[in-house]
Design a protein around this ligand. Sequence first.
Ligand code: TYM
Length: 334
Amino acid sequence: MSKNFVTGIQPSGRLTLGNYLGAIRNFVKLQEEKDYDEFFVFIADLHAITVSYNPSDLRQNIKKLAALYLACGLDPSKVTLFVQSEVHEHAEIGYLLQTISYIGELERMTQYKDKKVKQVEGVSSALLTYPVLMAGDILLYNAYAVPVGLDQKQHLELARTISERFNNKFGDLFNIPIPLIQKTGAKIMSLQDPTKKMSKSDPLEKASIYLDDSEDVIRKKIASAVTDSDGIIKYDEKNKPGISNLLAIMACCSGKSIQTLENEFKGAGYGEFKKAVANSVVEVIIPIQKKYEELLKNQDYLNKVLDDGAIKASYFAKKQLSKMKRKMGLERKK
Ligand code: TYM
């Protein structure tokens, strides 16, 4: 069986350092390791419309995310980059899988429960079925593995359940996809409440470092990050979540282990440590911003990458969907 990787990010706003360290950086690493047959990385626009949004912002955010993927180092000659809604099989498989997904299991999803209470215009039924669409994204390419951050683990578990259920009901077709979650950086926390994940949708500006923040803003946000008062630079998620988060961020950005950093900053003050963390973040983000600005100006190139990506993804999606429909008793002529 082929070994495909699949992943996606929602174009739902400005991307954070969490998205980069927990996800995109890992996609680039996996791309270079080349331990896959096909690697599909898409812009999850169908997911972004499950909550209230502004259409013209969404259109811009789709292009921005495409430029960002490339600026971060994804290479269209190694991975297939595309926009989810341009491969209509995603919507179709999402519906087909809803027929074997249970409302109870969807209502138990943490992300659904969190987002549901934030909706002012009512909760769309698509917000409930969101994880089924996500399972569809994965099964459409018969993914072997799915690189994600820790917050997507529960959705991945549901995708595995749905995949197994389909195979048991209709006969073997899908791999049971495995999550690829890194050890360090899998859950970057808010700078203002380090017990909460850093999130694109956090209304508190200072809580997140955005990938388009200026150097000055990055330094200020890290300088004002919430820590503790015991003055020791040590990794201890439970008792020192703020310092542990900064250590994880610096470990990811500098390539040094947490242990090495603990030794390096033994006896140092938090002010000095925070400056070093900010330096490591700036060194990673600023070069990406320069490439990003260049790419955004080159719309023809971005369009070509996404057009080619959609053609290639459609080819795989069409074949897999046809096999699936056949097993379900659809596809009259096959
Ligand atoms: P999204 O857009 O919320 O996040 C994109 C990726 O970033 C990771 N991430 C983080 N990692 C570490 N620390 C954080 N604070 C942090 N915040 C976000 C996420 O885990 C994710 O990997 N449902 C998905 C998009 C999706 C998808 C898919 C992913 C749709 N279909 C199929 C994989 C396969 C989402 O909303 O990610």
